[in-house]
Design a protein around this ligand. Structure first.
Ligand code: GLA
Length: 745
């Protein structure tokens, strides 16, 4: 086991005063413990490989003390002491790190909470009042020094991963309404240091989850969405690594993910004393949440974890946590079925005979779920009309959906359907009847995106309508799966039906209602699975994947572009939820030509789907697809739920990309290798596997392509990891994949 250096948070001054070197053994898998030392006033959480500690300082503030590798049970953490002011310009109240700082008393760093009271007072100073420990959860209550504003800080630790979920409940127990100007779920404070680097995800439509990596510098790096939903542009995930980076699987990494699908913000801040902290929650932009007397506001949960095994270890922890603690079917989600989706084949031109013909072809190659995409409802001939009118189009489906659904069932598949419940086209019966149901400011233009407007889900009548039509659809039809789409961001986010000082609650209530509709539907229709989509991956976060079984990663289905989109995605989300379709070549976006084998192998790195126009396929395409789908079914449990090792990155113009997944019980490993282009006759670099048992033997079988002829069929884990093997790849857009089965322990 590894030794872990104890780091103290706060100023070098404090480190000198209390610093000591302690080496501890990691205690993987032992039960979590949460304790409070009454004398020292120190809270301590120990779980899996981590310890987390904070204390109450002499002023009564909560002050972070430690977050990192697990400490020895008998190690004593020095109590919290506020820091001295550094100069008149750096007050003690600002330079003493806080778990959850109210904006008041002279705070210049990012506050966790900022409140305006009706009398103009905007000073908020939160002090410890009480706490409650219950198994793996801890609640600490703070209160303002003079006003009856209480904040409950909640900590829930996952025993298996050591990931802590933090959130806050802000309670107005005063006699007057107040305005919450900003509210974060948590501030995560890192050990004092200067050699940190930050990983985060950026993108846009058709180019999601691009991994960025840069040094943490003085000032703030703001990751955010002001769009009303998560957004393609940033994803609410971060990882901070200490020390030189170089290897995916070594190094100290602190990471976090915010479970919120509305406007959000994560601020990574290095202050003037080189203290690094990460604060995340609701986006304060245009926030202004009015809290009436007796009301409370619950923030989203901001999950945070630590790994001593680099960003690779961090993502493996997060993947397992998502599978066992977040997904609707936690802790043991079923493997995702192989699905067919009609969108790229027929776009809006769906009808009963056309879909039935596609379904027959899909069934012949082993597809398990047939999904009809956009175009089946209302007067939906293209994207100009129909959204909001959720009746079956009588011209396209004269006898309703039942004949098609029966046909799909008779072919041995289940049936899925596309919906976009939160949107309306102005050209729809719904909008003509309820023009006031959309987000809007009275008397102002309503900016359209893809010819559509956003229904204000915060309104109770809109919520009832959306839940009602979905419930009816699922009652009347044997539907196993909904693809839930959301194809634009907000504009003019007004809610004229409520008083002006309540209108900004839309930033919170919309998303709360979205979650509650999803939860209620799932409870009423427990067999229905849901895919989360927003013009591709525009609304992916831990808040939504708590209610949905899979996500549509990107509308960009080019198999080469997908390698880097999927690579970035895998830093934050398990490949088990990453829906990936095989589509046609040349690809509609880049006009790139790739083999069917290459397209399959790219998609087989996640949850496999098919979106090609099967009407254009030749017999040999069907034969090849059938055998690839069969091969996928033998590895999908490992790919979807195993431990992912990113062996060679596709980023930054890399010529190669290699991933490996190891089954949770270790019986199987799957390796995908891709080559962009051979140059100058160079060989493909040797591939060194990871995560195998050194002394066990593994038999390698190619899934597609091959290794060089010198490669043994069976060798030890030590051989595959230390000696490695050479994929036999040469040319442009080539790919090969291998399955290794453990043959002995
Ligand atoms: C979005 C989705 C696509 C498809 C279309 C239908 O763009 O991401 O997969 O469903 O809408 O209009």
């Amino acid at each position: 086991m590894f030794g872990v250096r104890l780091r103290f948070l706060g100023l070098p001054l404090l480190t000198l005063t209390f610093g000591c070197q302690v080496f501890a053994q990691a205690q993987v898998g032992s039960a979590p413990s949460i304790t409070f030392d009454q004398n020292a006033k120190v809270f301590r959480i120990d779980a899996a490989d981590i310890s987390y500690a904070f204390g109450v300082n002499e002023r009564g503030e909560l002050q972070p003390l430690y977050w990192g590798g697990r400490l020895g049970a008998s190690d004593v953490l020095p109590p919290a002491h506020s820091s001295h002011e550094v100069a008149a310009f750096d007050l003690s109240s600002s330079v003493s790190p806080q778990e959850f700082a109210g904006w008041g008393a002279g705070l210049y760093v990012e506050p966790a909470l900022k409140i305006t009271f009706p009398d103009g007072n905007r000073d908020l100073v939160l002090h410890y009042v009480s706490h409650h420990i219950d198994g793996s959860s801890l609640t600490v209550t703070l209160k303002d020094i003079s006003r009856d504003v209480f904040v409950e800080l909640r900590y829930e630790v996952d025993p298996a991963s050591g990931i802590i979920g933090r959130s806050a409940v802000i309670q107005n127990k005063t006699k007057d309404p107040l305005t919450v100007e900003s509210a974060s779920a948590a501030t995560w404070t890192l050990p004092h240091g200067t050699d940190y680097s930050l990983y985060y995800l950026t993108g846009r439509w058709g180019s999601e989850t691009s991994l960025q990596h840069e040094a943490v510098r003085p000032g703030q790096r703001v990751l955010e969405s002001r769009r009303g939903s998560t957004g393609h542009q940033n994803n609410p995930w971060f990882a901070v690594e200490q020390g030189p980076t170089g290897d995916e699987d070594t190094g100290d990494v602190w990471f976090g993910a915010l479970a919120w699908s509305g406007s959000w913000r994560i601020t990574v801040e290095q202050d003037q004393l080189q203290q690094v902290r990460v604060t995340g929650g609701f986006n304060p932009f245009d926030f202004g949440y009015r809290l009436a007397p007796g009301e409370s506001l619950k923030t989203p949960i901001f999950y945070g974890g630590y790994s001593h095994h680099g960003v690779g270890g961090a993502s493996r922890l997060l993947h397992r946590f998502e599978i066992t603690e977040i997904l609707p079917e936690r802790p043991n989600p079923k493997p995702r079925p192989v699905l067919y989706n009609s969108w790229e084949a027929t776009e809006f031109k769906v009808d009963e005979p056309g879909q039935a013909a596609l379904a027959e072809k899909a069934a012949s190659i082993g597809i398990e779920r047939f999904v009809m995409d956009d175009g089946w409802f209302g007067q939906r001939a293209d994207d100009h009309a129909g959204l909001g009118d959720w009746y079956v189009n009588p011209q396209k489906f004269p006898h309703g959906l039942k004949p098609l659904i029966d046909k799909v069932h008779s072919l041995g598949m289940d049936f899925g359907l596309w919906v976009e419940p939160e949107m309306v086209n102005p050209n729809s019966d719904l909008y003509r009847a309820h023009p006031d149901w959309v987000l809007n400011f009275t008397g102002r233009p309503r900016t359209e995106g893809r010819n559509q407007l956003v229904l204000n889900l915060a309104r109770p009548d809109v919520r009832a309508y959306v839940y009602g039509f979905l419930d009816k659809l699922l009652n009347e039809n044997d539907i196993a799966f909904l693809k839930w789409d959301y194809n634009r961001n907000w504009s003019e986010p007004g809610w004229p039906a409520v008083s002006p000082d309540e209108q900004k609650q839309v930033w919170v209530k919309y998303t709360e209602n979205l979650y509650s509709i999803l939860a209620e539907l799932r409870e009423k229709h427990p067999k229905v699975e849901i895919e989360d989509c927003s013009g591709g991956g525009g609304r992916i976060d831990l808040g939504l994947i708590h209610h949905t079984d899979e996500v549509w990663t990107s509308d960009n289905t080019d198999p080469f572009d997908r390698l880097s989109i999927q690579d970035g995605f895998s830093y934050a989300y398990t490949p088990g939820v990453m829906m990936a379709w095989v589509t046609d070549s040349p690809h509609w976006l880049n006009h790139r030509t790739t083999s069917l084998e290459y397209r399959f192998l790219s998609s087989m790195q996640g949850s496999l789907g098919l979106g090609a126009n099967l009407n254009h396929w030749q017999p040999e395409d069907f034969a090849e697809a059938k055998s690839m789908i069969e091969a996928y079914k033998q590895i999908r449990e490992t790919v979807q739920h195993g431990a992912l090792y990113r062996l060679v990155s596709p980023r930054d113009g890399s010529e190669q990309s290699v991933t490996e997944s190891v089954a949770e019980d270790g019986h199987q490993a799957v390796v995908f290798t891709f080559l962009h282009s051979s140059t100058m006759g160079f060989h493909y670099p040797r591939v060194f596997l990871r995560g195998l048992e050194k002394n066990a033997n593994y038999k390698m079988t190619p899934i597609a392509g091959k290794a060089t002829k010198e490669t043994p069929e069976t060798a030890s884990g030590a051989y595959w990891m230390s000696h490695g093997f050479d994929p036999d790849l040469v040319g442009d857009f080539q790919a090969a994949a291998f399955r290794l089965e453990r043959t002995s322990n």
